[in-house]
Design a binder for this molecule. Structure first.
Ligand SMILES: CC(C)(COP(=O)(O)OP(=O)(O)OC[C@H]1O[C@@H](n2cnc3c(N)ncnc32)[C@H](O)[C@@H]1OP(=O)(O)O)[C@@H](O)C(=O)NCCC(=O)NCCS
Length: 172
């Protein structure tokens, strides 16, 4: 059973429920989300924009699946850049109730295969908050290595926070 598949508009209702259930869990790791973010209308707009970006070749929006095939979270390959860089920036989350079952690790493995395979990219980048040891473990298990520290890199939970930068070079 695959750990991921492409996001579909039909996922939006279940995904919105999952986001509502995990609002407090995700709060320390996400940008500040207005109440409107947790509505189906907003999630539909976000999904439509993501699928349009996918059509344009700049993004791959995936859902992360439970072993039974339900929705467990999301993984994006964002900002796909071609030319001399050939890179994507990866972000992901897994619902609290599904944590610790290896779902993020399996999803990242599939995203890396996609990036190296049909996307033909040279590298995948990911960044974590300095104290996000679970995410760092997911990346380490998938062969990512740290290449730097970016001061005040992303505004997470309302604060510009330092991030550890990771990458996996996809060529042998
Ligand atoms: C980080 C996250 C994606 C992990 O999802 P998951 O499905 O539980 O991940 P996995 O089960 O594949 O692997 C988690 C690993 O981290 C380890 N881990 C979990 N919590 C940990 C902690 N507090 N300290 C150290 N390691 C931890 C687990 O033991 C496991 O490693 P192991 O297989 O060697 O035992 C999930 O917790 C999440 O969505 N967090 C909030 C959002 C987020 O941080 N996204 C990533 C932003 S960079």
């Amino acid at each position: 059973m695959a750990a991921t598949r492409l996001l579909e508009l039909a996922d939006v209702e279940e995904l919105t429920d999952l986001l509502r259930q995990n609002r407090e869990f995700l709060r320390p790791w996400d940008p500040v989300r207005p109440d409107e973010f947790f509505t189906e209308a907003a999630q539909l707009d976000i999904a439509r924009a993501a699928l349009a970006a996918h059509d344009g070749g700049t993004m791959v929006p995936l859902v992360i699946l439970t072993r039974a095939g339900g929705l467990a979270g999301r993984l994006n390959l964002n900002g796909i850049v071609r030319g001399a860089l050939q890179s994507a920036a990866m972000g992901y989350w897994v619902a609290e109730a599904e944590n610790g079952a290896g779902l993020a690790t399996a999803a990242v493995a599939e995203a890396v295969d996609l990036a190296a395979g049909s996307l033909g990219l040279h590298r995948v980048q990911a960044e974590t908050l300095v104290h996000n040891t679970a995410s760092q473990r997911v990346l380490a298990k998938n062969g990512f290595s740290q290449f730097g520290v970016a001061p005040k890199y992303l505004k997470i939970a309302g604060e510009w926070q330092d991030h550890l930068m990771f990458q996996r070079i996809l060529e042998p």
